[in-house]
Design a protein around this ligand. Structure first.
Ligand code: FES
Length: 93
C-alpha cells in the first residue's frame, strides 16, 4: 500500500517526505516509501545488518515504537507527520 503511494507520488513528480528524528536526536527528512537503510545512511546512521533478507533481525529498528526490520521495510507515513527512530536492541545478539 505505502509502496503504491510512493510510486504514485513519484509518477506525479512529487515525492512525499516526512520528518525523521534519528537515534541521538538528529532530525532530518526521508522520502515516504524509501528503503530504511539508504535513508539512514543519508542521515549518517549505520544500521547494523546481517542477512539483508529480513530473516536475522540484526537490522531491527523502532519506528514510532513499532519494531521493523530495516532491510525490508520502507519509510512509512505517519499521522503525526514525524517518525521517531530508535535502534532496537536484542539481548541475544
Ligand atoms: S539484515 Fe537480517 S533481517 Fe535485516
Amino acid at each position: 500500500m505505502m509502496g503504491q503511494d510512493w510510486a504514485a507520488a513519484t509518477a506525479m513528480g512529487s515525492k512525499a517526505t516526512i520528518e525523521v528524528i534519528w537515534p541521538g536526536g538528529a532530525t532530518g527528512s526521508a522520502e515516504v516509501g524509501q528503503d530504511w537503510l539508504p535513508a539512514a545512511a543519508a542521515a549518517g546512521l549505520a544500521i547494523p545488518t546481517g542477512c539483508l533478507t529480513g530473516s536475522c533481525g540484526a537490522c531491527e529498528i523502532e519506528v514510532n515504537g513499532r519494531v521493523v526490520r530495516a532491510c525490508i521495510a520502507t519509510v512509512p507515513r505517519a499521522r503525526s507527520g514525524r517518525l521517531q527512530v530508535e535502534l532496537a536492541s536484542d539481548p541475544h545478539w
